[in-house]
Design a protein. Structure first.
Length: 230
């Protein structure tokens, strides 16, 4: 039954149209982060090129479309967690709504127990940019993350964190309208506050759209055909 559940769930998730899907072992994390679960499922969906405007002149973003896409991937995380529970295993969604329902968000710190981007870094999907966003070589920061923690036995491959590829680039720092980015190059043991003043951040997303890797993705003509390329 366990093997069938694992195979069936992989097929179920595979039909949800994610561009990236990883399964990773989180048993080494402190219990307050893992919440007692041994496994994390982390997935990402790239933002379609049509969400961005004037990419050659410094792109903007359709914020309403971005917010709808964020809601959708949160709903997907809820669906995956609910499906696992329906099969008799334990699982929790890392969607914003359910984190709030479980009273896990700490407003005074603006922090959750285990950010999805932390899981994505551990899974080797990308690195933390000078914007404090997850950045990938293929999509830049133009993607949204979802995650589920579970005790369902799932097959996983070894993964390794990637070093920052930002180099000397400071586009996000330079273009931040409220100057909350410190320009620090991320390392594995670095704290968020060394990169970003989260309490002054206005979440305008300029750091997302001006990232050099995001621009490469946005300007890639092939992304006009389909935003889901793998």
């Amino acid at each position: 039954m366990m093997k069938n559940d694992s195979v069936d769930l992989s097929a179920y998730i595979g039909e949800m149209g994610f561009d990236i899907l990883r399964i990773l072992d989180i048993r080494d994390l402190p219990n307050e982060e893992s919440r007692g679960f041994p496994t994390a499922i982390v997935f990402a969906r790239s933002l379609p090129r049509i969400y961005f405007s004037n990419p050659g002149e410094g792109p903007g973003i359709d914020r309403a479309a971005f917010d709808r896409a964020a809601e959708r991937i949160d709903e997907d995380a809820d669906r995956v967690a609910d499906e696992i529970c329906r099969r008799g295993y334990r699982a929790i969604s890392q969607s914003e709504e359910r984190i709030l329902q479980r009273n896990e968000y700490r407003e005074e710190q603006k922090r959750t127990p285990l950010p999805n981007k932390t899981l994505a870094v551990r899974a080797g999907i990308g690195w933390i940019g000078k914007s404090s966003l997850l950045v990938t070589e293929e999509y830049g920061a133009a993607l949204l993350l979802g995650a589920v923690l579970t005790d369902l036995p799932l097959r996983m491959k070894p993964s390794f964190a990637k070093a920052s590829q930002c180099g000397n680039c400071v586009l996000c720092v330079r273009n931040c309208p409220v100057k909350v980015l410190h320009g620090a190059t991320w390392k594995d043991d670095m704290k968020r506050d060394q990169i970003l003043d989260v309490f002054r951040c206005e979440k305008c997303l300029q750091c997302l759209v001006c990232c050099k890797f995001s621009k490469e993705y946005i300007l890639d003509q092939s992304s006009m055909v389909s935003p889901h390329r793998r």
